[in-house]
Design a protein around this ligand. Sequence first.
Ligand code: NVA
Length: 258
Amino acid sequence: ILLDKPTLRTQLSFAVGVSELGGYPMLVDGRLAQIGVRETVADTARVLGRQVAAVVWRTFDQSRIEEMAAHAGVPVVNALTDQFHPCQVLADLLTLAEHRGGPAGVAGLPGRTLAYLGDGANNMAHSYLLGGATAGLHVRVGTPAERSPRPEIVARAEEIAALTGGSVVVTSSVQEAVAGADAVATDTWVSMGDATAAEEAAALFAPYRLDARVLALAAPGAVVLHCLPAYRGNEVTADVLDGPQSVVFDEAENRLHA
Ligand code: NVA
C-alpha cells in the first residue's frame, strides 16, 4: 500500500480489509519510496511484483499507476490519482444501494439519479461518471464550464450508460443537476495536488455549495454523500453534512466493505 498523498480512510480501509482477509498490509510512505524519483516507476513495479501479491497506490498522475500496472505483473489497485478515485465510488454505490436500492439492494440502483456538485474536473467527478454509468445511474454533474469533466471521460460514460440504461448530464445549472435526484454528492473545492488558490476556488465554486436550499431541490429523502474530508461552510454547509439526510459516515465505513 503505497501512499504518495495524505490519506486516512484509504490507508485504514485497505489495512483493515487486507488483515481481515488474512493478508499482511504493508504501508509504504511515498516520501520514503520516492517512486519515479530514485528509479523509474517501471523498475519499482518490477521489484514490487517479485515481492508482493498486489499493489495499492495513491499517487498523482494517472499515467504513473498505468505504468505500474503495465510492469508489476501483479494486480494494481487505484487508491486515488489526480484523475480517478474508483474505490471511493464503489463505497458510494454500496451506500446508495443500502439507502436507496430498496429490497433489491445493488440490483435496485439502475435508474436512480446521482447529482454531483463542485469541481467537475477532479477525480471524484470522473469516477462518478464512469462508476455511476456502469451501475445504470443517471449521473448529473453540476459544475462551472471552466471545470467541466474531461470530454473523453464524459464520452466514455455516455457509451457505458447507453448499455446500462443510465445517462450522463454535465451542466452549469445547480437546479438542472439536483432536481429530483436520489443522492447529492460533493467534494472539496481544492483536491490534493491541485495548485488552485483557495480564494480562486471559492469564487468559482461558491454557487455550487450544497446547502439546505439546494438539497431541497432533490427528491424527498435524498441522501447526501461526501468522500470526506469535508470543509464545512465551503462545499457543504454544516447543517447538511451533519443533518438527517447525510449518510457520509456509512459511506466512510463502506470503504472497508467495498
Ligand atoms: N478530490 C479529493 C478526494 C479526497 C479523498 C482529493 O483528491 O483531494
